[in-house]
Ligand binder design. Structure first.
Ligand code: NAG
Ligand code: NAG
Ligand code: NAG
Ligand code: NAG
Ligand code: NAG
Ligand code: NAG
Ligand code: CA
Ligand code: CA
Ligand code: CA
Length: 420
């Protein structure tokens, strides 16, 4: 079987030229039935059955939790935080599931804007596989931007970190369901809005550190020593008109996290690029700059608050190198489409220092069939270790986005070619 698979993969490569294309299968109805609308906001095992559940925002004002089930539709809308619970003018901007009080039951944190750009935080407590709709908490300080959920003090319980007023970062602990605020960092950091802050291990000591994006186009690394954060490296942004959301991933397989940054070079993002800075390096390397498909130039979608300029990473073909999903727009038309970027060996002088680059799968017809895409992300639908995709798209006259689920038939394809 193994040998057959190897053969057929080699055959498939021969057959289709330099890059494999893999057929996707639309499994939206199997997954969601007719309930496939809303914004997919988060994933997490809400009811502790070891299966990942999906958190969806509807009409910007309520959250529906789709619990995984063994019968189709495999995700059923079972729990609601309905719009009658929150203040009537609340616009929900994010959902972050996590156990915030440390009682081993997953809780749901929401951020919302209430007649202002400030983010107000609400927490609903998990209780016996459901949510307690009575005893929820609203934090009495709001944040200037989305807070970062992270374990600040290292007790394995997530805390809430962010900028509460222009010159102070604070962290809020919720152990025992009582909000306790503490100063976050020893000196002032003027964060960029929207920020791209992250909590990841940057120096390989198995403790997560802080990565911060600042107003003056810099990236700061704050190293964590027992919950005490000290500013270390500062990296400048590459030359660009606008930069997107930073991601950290081991792009070239050397065991260190690389910094990936999508960016726009032209005023209206006519020219897009994905930069990479290796761990500890201040040099930006282009791992993708050719966005031309025959006569069409595609580009990142810029300046749309509901559609952040971000890469969604995952190893789609199980070769050990992370691939990406992005949404691009046709610069001479109006369509936006999701594209798969495969991580392949470097073939030009730009990426020489990294040894790898992204190759865009232009002719992925199943992704091409979804018009006006706004977001695409990897998700292991059947929990079989092979990453599938969820794509969101906008339809004329609809309040909510449409959710599309695409199964990655990576293994089945190899088998099919063998049989042929
Ligand atoms: C959740 O809300 C939807 C409508 O938005 C409704 O159809 C469904 O019955 C509600 N489910 C629960 C568990 O309240
Ligand atoms: C939890 O919920 C189940 C059914 O939903 C019920 O049978 C059980 O008694 C509840 N347990 C507690 C501790 O409330
Ligand atoms: C928030 O609540 C805490 C405790 O209840 C209180 O000490 C603090 O003064 C409040 N802060 C604001 C800004 O209202
Ligand atoms: C954090 O580090 C600073 C500067 O090194 C030191 O003064 C302070 O005592 C440390 N705090 C803790 C809680 O370790
Ligand atoms: C991009 O849009 C232009 C104008 O609508 C259209 O002619 C062209 O075919 C589009 N390109 C692709 C690849 O769809
Ligand atoms: C995509 O968006 C355009 C412009 O907003 C609209 O005319 C078109 O109907 C949309 N396509 C689909 C499939 O909804
Ligand atoms: Ca909890
Ligand atoms: Ca903690
Ligand atoms: Ca890969």
């Amino acid at each position: 079987m193994c040998i057959f698979n190897l053969y057929s993969l080699a055959f498939l490569s021969l057959f289709l030229g330099q890059y494999n294309t893999f057929a996707l299968q639309d499994v939206t109805t199997d997954l969601f039935g007719a309930a496939n609308y809303g914004t997919v906001a988060a994933f997490g095992d809400f009811n502790s059955d070891k299966q990942t559940d999906i958190f969806v925002i509807r009409e910007q004002s309520e959250v529906v939790i789709f619990l995984a089930d063994s019968k189709p539709p495999y995700f059923k809308p079972k729990l609601n935080i309905s719009k009658h619970i929150l203040p009537s003018d609340a616009v929900i901007t994010s959902v972050v599931p996590g156990d915030y009080d440390g009682d081993s039951q997953m809780d749901v944190l929401l951020t919302a804007q209430i007649n202002s750009k400030k983010e107000t935080v609400f927490i609903f407590w998990g209780n016996n596989q459901t949510l307690d709709m009575e005893g929820w908490l609203r934090l009495n300080k709001s944040f200037t931007d989305q807070p970062l959920v992270m374990d600040f003090n290292g007790d394995m319980i997530p805390d809430i970190f962010g900028v509460t007023n222009p010159h102070s970062t604070e962290v809020c602990y919720l152990t025992n369901r009582v909000a306790v605020w503490k100063n976050g960092l020893s000196s002032t950091v003027n964060m960029r809005i929207p920020h791209s802050n992250a909590f990841i291990d940057l120096n390989k000591d198995f403790t997560a550190d802080l990565f911060l994006t600042t107003e003056d186009s810099k990236f700061e690394t704050w190293i964590n020593k027992d919950g005490n954060f000290t500013k270390a490296e500062v990296l400048s942004e590459p030359v660009a008109k606008a930069v997107g959301h930073s991601s950290f991933v081991d792009f070239d397989g050397d065991g260190y996290q690389d910094h990936l940054l999508p960016a726009c070079l032209g005023e209206n993002c006519e020219q897009s690029v994905i930069y990479l800075a290796k761990s500890g390096s201040t040099k930006w390397v282009k791992v993708l700059s050719d966005f031309q498909q025959r006569e069409t130039v595609w580009s990142f979608v810029q300046g749309n608050p509901s559609q952040p300029l971000a890469l969604h990473l995952g190893d789609y073909n199980l070769d050990g190198f992370p691939d990406a999903l992005v949404v691009l727009r046709n610069t001479s038309g109006s369509n936006r489409q999701a594209f798969l970027l495969e991580n392949v060996p470097c073939k030009n002088s730009d990426c020489h220092d990294v040894g790898r680059m992204f190759h865009i799968h232009w002719d992925q017809s199943d992704l091409g069939a979804i018009q006006n895409a706004t977001m695409a992300t990897f998700f292991d639908i059947y929990e079989d270790g092979i990453l599938d995709m969820l794509v969101l798209s906008q339809a004329e006259g609809k309040k909510d986005l449409i959710i599309h689920a695409l199964k990655n038939n990576f293994e089945a394809d190899a088998y099919f070619v063998k049989v042929m």
